[in-house]
Design a protein around this ligand. Structure first.
Ligand code: NAD
Ligand code: IPM
Ligand code: MN
Length: 354
């Protein structure tokens, strides 16, 4: 029996609720396919601040480094918004991504057929469905540049991208395109930003190594518009940290809800961190109403990318589809007046469908 050691960071808000459902589904996969998943629960974010005073304790980083992969719920919430910037829950998330070298964040946006009517776009705009992946650079950009405030109160966030940082994420995007529909759209703001000019020149150079992949370039403002007017044109969207953050939330709503969008944060090794793209949703935390599917699908990505268990990953995605097909909906994807299932019921239904 293969054994996998997984560091689990439930985090804040709805984090514990959604991660519990993902582990329920993972246990069902383990039982059916004969794998042992061992969980090592560690603290991050607000939960870690409350318990230890630190948003990212050294023990958490060590446990992640010692694991085969990492699952994260979400961090943050109003309780910790007044923490000093260096000890905010969000800082812990950036810190663990950096510590683990997770520079490539894959955010696949797929419209599950049973959710077509949860999509806010007119049917003709998604007649070909939606199947794109945002390849978001995750450890650079304005997120990690120097920050400071002048005496007069002016704030600074340095935005920078090195050529090497762009090269490695561009390779990931082109490799991803080869497993999909051979099309990369690189999104930047090269008409204004120097970082984006470096980005575009570098992507153009790397693209020459992938002559079988079509590449086009789009400014981010246009891309955000095209995403809701003609989403079917996109296959792989390659973009920086900030633009990728924003565009992936936009893409998620086309799939019915942000509660549907998983992600894989990958580096050079097989150890990845698997996290829904949404946050800790303080407005619905503790009510057992959150949609756990983004986290459940993130676990499917873990099986595929960290453990090379494609059949098991497919089993989760098929189970999600069948539960949606049967009409089960959490509040975020339900029609007004439609019956809703709880977060834990959704997890149980998907686990039973494995
Ligand atoms: P959010 O993603 O937490 O919530 C935005 C809206 O989407 C809310 O109305 C929420 O109820 C809803 N929503 C999100 N996930 C849902 C789910 N699974 N099911 C149903 N509805 C869902 O974004 P926000 O409100 O801007 O941020 C809240 C906190 O989360 C902040 O502290 C923010 O910094 C943090 N955050 C953390 C992460 C992360 O840990 N990866 C990501 C984004 C935001
Ligand atoms: C996400 C979140 C994070 C980000 C925040 C909480 C640091 O929005 O994972 O999308 O911007 O990367
Ligand atoms: Mn985000």
């Amino acid at each position: 029996m293969a054994k996998y050691n997984i560091a689990v960071m439930k985090g804040d808000g709805i984090g514990p609720e959604i991660v519990d459902e993902a582990l329920k589904v993972l246990d069902a996969v383990g039982e059916k396919f004969g794998h042992e998943f061992v969980y090592n629960e560690v603290l991050i974010g607000g939960a870690a601040i409350d318990a230890t005073g630190e948003c990212l304790p050294r023990a958490t980083v060590d446990a992640c480094m010692a694991s085969d992969s990492v699952i994260l719920g979400a961090v943050g919430g109003p309780k910790w918004d007044s923490q000093p910037p260096a000890n905010r829950p969000e800082k812990a998330l950036l810190g663990i991504r950096k510590a683990l070298g997770l520079f490539a964040n894959l955010r696949p946006a797929t419209l599950y057929a049973p959710l077509a009517d949860a999509c806010p776009l007119k049917p003709e705009r998604i007649k070909d469905g939606l199947d794109l992946v945002v390849v978001r650079e995750l450890t650079g950009d304005v997120y990690f540049g120097e920050k400071h405030r002048d005496e007069d109160g002016t704030g600074h966030d340095d935005m920078n991208y090195s050529v090497a940082e762009v090269e490695r994420i561009a390779h990931r995007a082109f490799q991803m395109a080869r497993q999909r529909r051979n099309h990369v759209t690189s999104v930047d703001k090269a008409n204004v930003l120097e970082t984006s000019r470096v980005w575009r020149e570098t992507v153009e150079r790397i693209a020459a190594e992938y002559p079988d992949v079509t590449v086009d370039y789009m400014y981010v403002d246009n891309a955000s518009m095209q995403l809701v007017t003609n989403p079917g044109q996109f296959d792989v969207i390659l973009t920086g940290n900030l633009f990728g953050d924003i565009l992936s939330d936009e893409a998620s709503c086309i799939t019915g809800s942000i509660g549907m969008l998983p992600s894989a944060s990958l580096g050079e090794t097989s150890r990845g961190m698997y996290e829904p793209i949404h946050g800790s949703a303080p407005d619905i935390a503790g009510q057992n109403v959150a949609n756990p599917i983004a986290t459940i699908l993130s676990v499917a990505m873990m099986l595929r990318y960290s453990f090379d268990l494609a059949t098991e990953a497919d089993a989760i995605e098929t189970a999600v589809n069948s539960v949606l097909e049967a009409g089960h909906r959490t509040g975020d994807i339900a029609k007004p007046g439609e019956k809703r299932v709880t977060c834990s019921d959704m997890g149980t239904l998907i686990a039973q469908a494995i």
